[in-house]
Design a protein around this ligand. Structure first.
Ligand code: ATP
Ligand code: MG
Length: 321
């Protein structure tokens, strides 16, 4: 049974002339307990807006349309006081920018305890105990001592662990990690992903992992959704995506993953830049950059086929060469 189901989700803003600008277009996917869905795409493809739409946190005056069901509950249009109960305890997020997510003037203990007390009706003393447990859970050394420290006393990797502890402190079913390791070096990235996977094995939560790096996503995801210009252009199991990707954009991302032992990875295998959402090209928005473009691609946006592999492309194929 899926615990979250997005159907035809759109996020719309307006441009200076009050015309609607869709930054997320027709996004549909489901998530399952104990499984990880990776969402990959270049900067501006709508990954964070999709995450924010799930939590009801799309900034004003953005509008969300479609359907987002958490278990059987429709979240779009839910009043804020009801949403508050789902945020944290049901669906939790680690935001993209860790530097601004922790308050510099309070200790880690105070911030963890406040998060816990906001969702649980327990004594402060019990909340302090849970805060300490959650720090232990994310492998902070000497947690009894470190919990009294301020954010600036921790390294980037440790801050990221603390944010994950905070997101986990209310025991959510679904944890969204928006670019959780982008600012960190490769070894620390791997350690954090290992830790997240270990916690997931234990508590069977769903993880939605957002990254621009398909290499990172492929480390721990069961399924992968590839986003381009606000839309999912290909979606499949990790094996399907790695072995049998059909969309030329996915192929370009795969070709950009640096491979161990290969001297010259074709970094930046996809030339050009993603389009601005207010000036999408005609037809398929990827066509100006696409090595497999045919005439139809310039005229019509391809529908999303719902086979075993789901993709939106008029001229799919296993290679770009
Ligand atoms: N408050 C806003 N008002 C209008 N447009 C916005 C707003 N915030 C973001 N956008 C636009 O929405 C689009 C999607 O942004 P989003 O932050 O979801 O991208 P992303 O895939 O998370 O990119 P990144 O990898 O850089 O984090 C972008 O074109 C962005 O410029
Ligand atoms: Mg983002």
């Amino acid at each position: 049974m899926p615990n979250l189901k997005l159907s035809g989700v759109q996020v719309l803003f307006r441009d200076a002339r009050q015309q609607p600008v869709p930054v997320v277009r027709e996004v549909s996917f489901e998530t399952q307990p104990g499984k990880t869905l990776g969402i990959v795409g270049e900067s501006g493809s709508g990954k964070s807006m999709t995450a924010l739409s799930i939590l009801g946190l799309v900034p004003f005056p953005g509008k969300v349309k479609g359907s987002i069901k958490y278990h059987d509950k429709e979240l779009i249009g839910l009043p804020d006081e009801k949403y508050e109960k789902i945020r944290g305890a049901g669906i939790s997020i680690v935001f993209q920018d860790p530097a601004t997510a922790l308050n510099p003037v309070f200790t880690i203990e105070k911030q963890l305890v406040e998060t816990i007390l906001a969702h649980r009706q327990i004594e402060t003393r019990e909340a302090k105990k849970q805060a300490l447990d959650s720090l232990m859970g994310v492998d902070i050394p000497s947690p009894e001592k470190r919990i009294k420290d301020y954010p600036h006393q921790f390294s980037g990797g440790m801050k990221q662990r603390i944010l994950i502890a905070m997101a986990l402190s209310c025991d959510p079913d679904i944890l969204i990690l928006d670019e959780p390791t982008t600012a960190l070096d490769v070894t620390v990235q791997a350690q954090i992903l290992d830790m997240v996977e270990r916690i997931q094995n234990f508590n069977k939560m769903t993880i939605i992992l957002i990254s621009h790096d398909l290499g990172i996503i492929s480390e721990i995801s069961d399924e992968v959704a590839i986003m381009y210009a606000g839309r999912i252009v290909e979606h499949g199991t990790i094996k399907d995506i790695l072995d049998n990707a059909q969309h030329p954009y996915t192929r370009g991302l795969l070709d950009s993953i640096p491979k161990l032992g290969v001297h010259k990875a074709k970094l930046n295998a996809i030339g050009g830049f993603p389009p601005n959402p207010s000036e999408l090209p005609s037809g398929c928005p990827f066509h100006p950059r696409c090595p497999r473009k045919i005439e139809k691609c310039v005229q019509q946006d391809p529908p999303y086929t719902m086979n075993k592999l789901k993709f939106a492309c008029w001229n799919p194929g296993p290679t770009n060469g």
